[in-house]
Design a protein around this ligand. Structure first.
Ligand code: ADP
Ligand code: MG
Length: 316
């Protein structure tokens, strides 16, 4: 199977919402008046962002999910995406499920694959998502205010726990492993929550590099600090059953959570809870924004412990 057969067979589908989809030199999209284009791209490289053991259907899902998570963090409505794919072989038993996982998530969000690039090479996927947001309405990292509550969606740390199992450092019962493995390989982008937070949150970020590191981005951009309540951090029963040092490493520095971390004035708490319920996504208040810069965590005994707000760094 040649390059163009592969593209035609697995990646080209009708794109009625786009002005022009795949097949020409560019795709063409129209943006309604009053909307801005939100653009984000994430590269997934085998051995760095995923393991060879990942089922291809989940890999396709994840390549788009991590990008939709960025749109969610900006409160943008997904419109379309492109896919740059590098593959060692035109192996249909791999490409077919990969495309299925990718396009199923695209369908769930009503978005179209409008173009891409396909080459032979080491396995990698680079998705670029395009979304729309009302002019000036995007959620940014820079808007957190002293006194705001700090919120997080879903639960933290399971993806990292799964990685530790793959690394051979942790053993879990089969059912627990399956559930944390799903968190790692098949994250749910919080798009509906992000959209509903546009009117409520003062800042937002999606968690890809660990809670402390990503919180650090909000704190630095907003020139504020935070008081984090350790006891409030939401996590699964599987993670709760791990030794405290491992549990905290996963919770605070885990990475690959793809939950939304956001801030909102306390007066909007009921509205935040209602928006989360409408989006079908649980949210938890985990701390407060402070005027004093720096990050302090309150432990289970009420003791305050200063922390470095740093996360995963590819070049550190
Ligand atoms: P060009 O030579 O102009 O870069 P290509 O020959 O690489 O274009 O691709 C031909 C068409 O197929 C383009 O419209 C491109 O957007 C589309 N395309 C290539 N790879 C993919 C893919 N993986 N998914 C969707 N569309 C693709
Ligand atoms: Mg061209």
């Amino acid at each position: 199977m040649g390059e163009f057969d592969l593209i035609e067979r697995y990646f080209v589908r009708p794109t009625p919402r786009a002005v022009l989809g795949p097949g020409d030199d560019c795709a063409l999209l129209a943006l309604p008046p009053g909307q801005q284009l939100a653009v984000s791209c994430d590269l997934l490289l085998q051995g760095r962002h995923f393991l060879a053991t990942v089922p291809p259907e989940r890999l396709g899902h994840k390549a788009l999910a991590v990008n939709l998570s960025d749109l969610a963090a900006c409160g943008a409505q997904p419109l379309a995406f492109t896919l740059a794919l590098s593959l060692p072989h035109a192996d249909e038993s791999f490409i077919a499920p990969l495309a299925r996982g990718l396009l199923a998530l695209a369908d769930a969000h009503g978005i179209e694959l409008v173009g891409g690039d396909t080459t032979a090479g080491p396995l990698s996927l680079c998705v670029t998502v395009l979304g729309q947001v009302p002019v000036g309405g995007a959620l940014l990292r820079s808007g957190a205010q002293p006194g705001d509550l700090l919120w997080v969606s879903g639960s933290l740390g399971d993806a990292r726990l799964a990685l530790e199992v793959f690394r051979g450092r942790v053993a879990l019962p089969a059912a627990d492993f399956e559930s944390v493995r799903l968190a790692m390989e098949c994250p749910t982008p919080r798009v509906a929550l992000g959209l509903s937070l546009r009117e409520l949150a003062t800042s937002a970020i999606d968690l890809s590099d660990g809670l402390l590191g990503d919180l650090g981005h909000i704190l630095r951009r907003s020139r504020v600090g935070a008081l984090l309540q350790h006891a409030a951090l939401p996590h699964s029963a599987t993670l709760a059953a791990q030794p405290p040092a491992l549990r905290d490493e996963c919770l605070l520095r885990g990475g690959d959570d793809y939950e939304l971390l956001f801030t909102a004035p306390p007066a909007r708490s009921e509205a935040v809870r209602a928006a989360a319920a409408a989006a079908g996504t649980p949210v938890t208040a985990i701390g407060t924004i402070t005027a004093a810069t720096g990050l302090v965590m309150v432990d289970a005994h009420g003791r305050e412990q200063p922390l470095a707000a740093r996360g995963y760094d590819h070049f550190a």
